[in-house]
Design a protein. Structure first.
Length: 336
C-alpha cells in the first residue's frame, strides 16, 4: 500500500482527497495535518467520514510525516505552499502540490501574476507539470508534481487536440469559463456569500486572472509553438464544476465531423477524457475525475467545450491520478 499524507486536510481539496483515497485499493490515508485550530478526529471535522476514517487531523510534524508516509498531497494555498514543500521533500516523501507555486516554469511570470517573490526556484525547476493526459511521461517516478489549476485543466483538454494538429491558429485562443463557488476554497468572503451567489452570475479577473499564463504555458508546450490566450472566468450559483467554451480561429477550412474524429483519435485510450456527441453537462461529471469534451465548427470557427469537476479532475482526482503515475500504479485506481 502507498501511504498518503494530506497536508491541509481541513480544506475542500483536502477532504475531497480523503473521500477518493478511501476508495483506493493500493493506497491508504496515513497522516492528516492542518493548522492547530482545525485539528481533531477526522470523523468529527468531516462527519461524512464517520465510521470510515479513524485518523486524527494533527498539526504537521515532519518526523511523523517521514515515518508514516510515502507521498504528501499538499493542499495549501499558493504562496503558503512553497514554504512547506521543500521541508516535505526533505522528509523523504514525494509531493503532489495543489497550489500554483510550482506550475509556472518562468519564476518572473509567477512573481508578476502572484505579486510575491518565488522562494523555492530550485524545486520549481525540478517539478513536473501534472496534466496527466499531456505530460504523463514526465511524471513517472519524479519527486514533485505541480498539480494543474482547475480552469487550465478544462481549457487545455478542450483546446490541445486542434492546436497540436495545426488545425487551430496559435495567435488567439479565447477561453470562456464558468466555475462553481467551491473553486474559491472553504473560507467565506462577501463575494461568495450565499445572498450574492444565489441566482447570480458574474465575471471576475478581467484580463488579469492568474490562470491565463498557465493556460498559455500548457498550450504552448503541447502545440510546440507560442500560443496566445484570452481567458475570461465567471462564477455561477452552484457548488462544483467548470464549464469551458474555447473559441479558436482555424488554420484552414474545418468541418465538425473532422474535428470530432480528430478529438476521438487524440483521446482514444484516455480513461478520463470522453469525447461527447454534443455540449457537455456539469452534472454528468460532478464528483468524478472525468472530463467531457465536445468540439465543433460554427461560422468557420472552432468551438470546443469541456466540463470537469473542479474539486476532482481539477484538483484531488488529478492529484491521485498523478500519484498513481508517479508510483507506476494503474492510473485509474481510486478514480472510477
Ligand atoms: N478549490 C478548488 O476548486 C481548487 C482547484 C484546484 C486547485 N486548488 C488549489 O488547491 C489548494 C487548496 O485549495 P482549497 O480549495 O482546498 O482551499 P481551502 O478550502 O481554503 O483549504 C486550504 C487549506 O490550507 C490550510 N491553510 C491555509 N493557510 C495556511 C497556512 N498559512 N499554514 C498552514 N495551512 C494553511 C487551510 O487551513 P484552515 O482549515 O485553517 O483554513 C486549509 O486546510 C489551493 O492552492 C488552491 O488554489 C483548489
Amino acid at each position: 500500500m502507498i501511504r498518503v499524507a494530506i497536508i491541509g486536510a481541513s480544506g475542500y481539496t483536502g477532504s475531497e482527497s480523503i473521500r477518493l483515497l478511501l476508495g483506493h485499493c493500493e493506497a491508504e490515508v496515513s497522516y492528516l495535518t492542518a493548522l492547530p485550530e482545525e485539528c481533531g478526529p477526522a470523523e468529527k471535522v468531516f462527519p461524512q467520514f464517520r465510521g470510515r476514517c479513524g485518523l486524527d487531523i494533527e498539526p504537521l510534524d515532519l518526523d511523523k510525516l517521514s515515518e508514516s508516509s510515502d507521498v504528501a498531497l499538499c493542499c495549501l494555498p499558493h504562496k503558503v505552499s512553497m514554504g512547506f514543500v521543500p521541508k516535505l521533500l526533505a522528509s523523504g516523501v514525494k509531493v503532489v502540490d495543489f497550489s500554483a507555486d510550482y506550475r509556472l516554469k518562468d519564476a518572473a511570470v509567477y512573481e508578476r501574476f502572484y505579486a510575491v517573490e518565488h522562494t523555492d526556484r530550485e524545486n520549481l525547476a525540478k517539478a513536473a507539470f501534472g496534466l496527466c493526459e499531456l505530460f504523463r511521461d514526465q511524471i513517472r517516478g519524479v519527486n514533485l508534481v505541480a498539480n494543474p489549476g482547475c480552469y487550465p485543466t478544462g481549457a487545455a483538454l478542450a483546446a490541445v487536440p486542434a492546436l497540436k494538429a495545426g488545425l487551430a491558429r496559435p495567435d488567439m485562443v479565447i477561453v470562456n469559463s464558468v466555475t462553481g463557488a467551491s473553486g474559491a476554497g472553504k473560507n467565506p468572503s462577501a463575494k461568495f456569500h450565499f445572498p450574492n451567489m444565489n441566482e447570480n452570475l458574474f465575471a471576475y479577473g478581467v484580463g488579469t486572472h492568474r490562470h491565463m499564463p498557465e493556460i498559455e504555458q500548457i498550450l504552448t508546450s503541447a502545440a510546440g509553438r507560442g500560443v496566445s490566450v484570452l481567458f475570461q472566468p465567471h462564477v455561477g450559483p452552484f457548488d462544483r464544476g467548470i464549464l469551458s467554451t474555447v473559441y479558436m480561429e482555424p488554420a484552414k477550412d474545418v468541418k465538425p465531423r473532422e474535428l470530432l474524429d480528430l478529438y476521438r483519435d487524440f483521446y482514444a485510450g484516455e480513461p478520463f477524457v470522453q469525447v461527447c456527441d454534443g455540449p457537455p453537462l456539469l452534472k454528468d461529471v460532478a464528483t468524478t475525475n472525468y472530463c467531457h469534451v465536445f468540439p465543433t465548427a460554427v461560422k468557420g470557427r472552432i468551438v470546443a467545450f469541456s466540463a470537469i469537476d473542479n474539486l476532482v479532475k481539477g484538483a484531488a482526482g488529478q492529484a491521485i491520478q498523478n500519484m498513481n503515475i508517479i508510483f507506476g500504479l494503474d492510473e485509474t485506481l481510486g478514480l472510477r
